[in-house]
Ligand binder design. Structure first.
Ligand SMILES: *Cc1c(COP(=O)(O)O)cnc(C)c1O
Length: 400
């Protein structure tokens, strides 16, 4: 059977617009397409392939578990889930973990828990959810509505209620909305999809203080910023601001679908048996892989490597930019980086993406005006050097 990109248009729901080439295999930070053309991967499956493609430790964890036990449902617990929960608790502020299969589900659980705990403690009126404009929390109807981007949430009929929006990095705009009926405030420590925009430390600290003042839970959506991406295991550790509830996914599974919601024992106790659930959450295969991902990432060497690679890529991009003047800012933390296009090239991130692909380089967009990198946390120096050489050719073609 010969399969091509045009089969996507024939057989698949048209909610995506995938690239013209079809990747067929990967190793480390290299990927090959159907024509055996090689790409360096700075996209990382959108901050998912935290250890690159087919990392031997992950392949081993997955195949070992595949020969042992795939699925038992939550009618029974299982050893990989117990081991992963224990590791996450030991590495973070959290006492308790809930597993699911994606970032949206982790946020859905976080929001439901926050509302449930707030209502049980203070009464039915305490259900207001406050979120930042231009954020991204997933595509379930609750999470996409909380994201505050009408282009994603409009057109599906009546929306979940009780959600209001404030401006990112603007404490006064939160102050104007927060009150004693606020159940929770949801923040990405770095707005990922919204343009790789890091929070000001004083803003996050201020959000924490306002939450405390009004007995509102602080939820950090670390689906994109977590699992070593910023150079700390989670971005909250980098900022020194501790949330009440944290969501993780993407890099947690290194490419195997898994999500997790972390919280304290005091809050977790509001989700008693039967109040929430998922068939696959805590699946042995996913948890075995994520356990191996965590073991590899949560070491001083790998986390220090993330900071060093940030510097290396940033210096390289800035040197290229001195030549081409394409970007006005390179921002982000660790290996979540955004290159903001200069006014002259405004909203042409897609053209940079296509120019990069032509040269054998996979990059991402974050909105229409930011070129985003979210590569493997263990991308090698050689892979970075090759990526920058290809970016050089791509930018030359882009400005020509
Ligand atoms: C990707 C992302 C999500 C959604 O995760 P899915 O696995 O696609 O459901 C939620 N929040 C943030 C910050 C994300 O980057």
């Amino acid at each position: 059977m010969s399969l091509t990109r045009s089969d996507f248009d024939q057989y698949m729901v048209p909610n995506y617009a995938p690239a013209a080439f079809v990747p067929v295999r990967g190793a480390g930070s290299r990927v090959w397409d159907q024509n055996d053309k090689e790409y360096i991967d700075l996209a990382g499956g959108i901050a998912v392939n935290s250890l690159g493609h087919c990392h031997p430790v992950l392949v081993n964890a997955l195949t070992e578990q595949a020969n042992k036990l795939w699925h038992v449902s939550n009618v029974f617990t299982n050893e990989p889930a117990l081991a992963l929960a224990k590791k996450l608790v030991e590495a973070t502020f959290a006492d308790k973990v809930f597993f699911c299969n994606s970032g949206a589900e982790a946020n859905e659980a976080a929001l439901k828990l926050a509302r449930r705990a707030a209502i049980e403690r203070f009464g039915e009126q305490k259900h207001q959810v406050l979120s930042t404009l231009n954020s991204f929390h997933g595509r379930t109807f609750f999470t996409v509505t909380v994201g505050g981007q009408p282009k994603y949430s409009d057109g599906f009929g009546p929306k979940p209620q009780g959600i209001e929006y404030f401006e990112y990095n603007n404490l006064d705009s939160l102050k104007a909305l927060i009150n004693d009926n606020t159940a929770c405030v949801v923040v990405e420590p770095i707005q990922g999809e919204g343009g790789v925009l890091p929070a000001d430390p004083a803003f996050l600290q201020g959000v924490r203080e306002l939450c405390d003042k009004h007995n509102a839970f602080l939820i950090f959506d670390e689906v994109q910023t977590g699992m070593g991406r910023t150079g700390s295991l989670f971005a909250y550790q980098e900022y020194g601001v501790v949330p009440d509830i944290l969501s993780s996914a993407k890099s947690l599974g290194g490419g195997f679908p898994i999500g997790a919601m972390l919280t304290t024992a005091d809050i977790a106790k509001h989700l008693v048996a039967g109040t929430h659930g998922t068939t696959y959450g805590g699946n042995p295969l996913g948890c075995a892989v994520a356990g191996a991902v965590l073991d590899v990432i949560n070491t001083p060497e790998v986390l220090a490597g993330v900071r060093a690679k940030h510097q290396q890529i940033k210096a390289g991009v800035e040197a290229l930019n001195a030549k081409y003047g394409v970007f006005k800012e390179v921002r982000g933390m660790g290996l979540l980086m955004g290159c903001v296009l200069a006014d002259q090239y405004k909203d042409r991130a897609k053209d940079v993406l296509n120019a990069a692909a032509a040269q054998g380089l996979m990059v991402l967009m974050a909105g229409t005006n930011v070129v985003r990198f979210a590569p493997s946390l263990v991308i090698s120096d050689e892979e970075i050097t090759t990526a920058l050489a290809r970016l050089d050719l791509a930018l030359a073609a882009f400005v020509a």
